[in-house]
Design a protein around this ligand. Structure first.
Ligand code: IPD
Ligand code: CA
Length: 303
């Protein structure tokens, strides 16, 4: 194809038109952000009828790759995502909390799509209006190769997106984290959802004592987006229990917004992406509050 024609196609902003041109030419170019937005629209559409059946007895669908019982609504959301991606001619390796690792298309090692179809399934099943779909696209099964991300609040229809080096957005609005560095004024998210609470509680006591407002809403991908847009000042999950499928998309959204995410040792969060891989981290709106939080966690660790 002549170079001029290709240049015109690449420069036009009508992505649907471009996709159709590529389809006709039997070439595939996936516009990831648009494709992920379409995934979330399809998830909304497909889960809608199931939302009316949540009080009815649920079928036993076994245990998902991430280790939790699979709900019909999780699978429905996952299927909607896979169908949308394949309809957009994507070749990819899926890393999902439900189905585990699966390959799709002619060249599946080209793209990695890490998915938590529903983050906050318990909230959804109990009609607590805080649950999300989380999808991250990367070149390798590693967190730091994620280049496009989406976390969508399915109840409020608010979608967070980010592309590498292009910033983070809530809908069309660019987002930035909080500048507040005072624990007295801060709203901190802390996930205390673990049977091993006795082990981690001592490390958290002084931080909780010094912080006026502690929260946990029950869908960590979305809570991390709240750090990205400054709704809360920081989110702490030191359980070592959170799966990378919950974190992959929110990590890029936080990074692109300008939030700080590190391990408890203040190292960058580097991890492979897999349904079984777990992480512990502190995510904060700014370096000052981040240092304060890490210091308080460290202080208790040493005592
Ligand atoms: C859960 C939520 C919850 C966190 C759990 C996660 P899921 O995700 O993010 O807030 O405490 O550790 O597993 O299971 O609903 O996808
Ligand atoms: Ca889930």
């Amino acid at each position: 194809m002549p170079l001029l024609a290709l240049t015109i196609i690449y420069n036009t902003t009508n992505t649907k038109f471009i996709q159709n041109v590529f389809k006709c030419l039997n070439m595939s170019k996936v516009y990831w952000k648009d494709t992920l937005l379409e995934c979330t629209r399809q998830v909304q559409k497909q889960i809608k009828p199931l939302l009316k059946t949540l009080k009815q007895p649920q079928p036993n669908l076994g245990i998902g790759a991430g280790g939790d019982p699979i709900k019909q609504i999780d699978l429905t959301a996952e299927n909607a995502i896979i169908r949308t991606l394949t309809e957009h001619q994507a070749s990819f390796t899926l890393i999902s909390e439900e189905s585990g690792v699966k390959k799709y298309g002619a060249n599946p090692s080209k793209n990695v799509v890490t998915v938590d179809p529903i983050d906050g399934t318990t909230n959804l099943m109990r009609s607590i209006p805080f649950y999300a779909t989380s999808i991250a696209v990367s070149t390798k099964p590693t967190l730091n190769s994620v280049h496009t991300a989406l976390v969508s609040d399915l109840f409020h229809c608010i979608t967070y997106t980010a592309e590498k080096e292009k910033g983070a957005y809530r809908g069309n609005e660019r987002i930035m984290p909080s500048e507040n560095s005072s624990l007295e004024e801060a709203v901190l998210g802390i996930d205390l959802n673990t049977y091993k609470i006795k082990k981690i509680a001592p490390q958290l006591t002084s931080l909780i004592e010094k912080t006026k407002h502690i929260r946990h809403f029950g869908a960590n991908a979305l809570e991390l987006c709240y750090v990205a847009d400054g709704t809360i000042d920081a989110f702490i999950d030191i359980r070592g229990k959170l799966r990378t499928t919950d974190v992959a998309a929110a990590w890029l959204i936080m990074k692109e917004a300008g939030a700080i995410v590190t391990t408890l040792e203040e190292k960058p969060l580097r991890t492979k992406l897999s349904p079984k891989q777990k992480v512990a981290f502190v995510a904060s709106g700014n370096p000052k509050i981040h240092k304060t939080i890490l210091k308080m966690l460290e202080f208790r660790k040493g005592n």
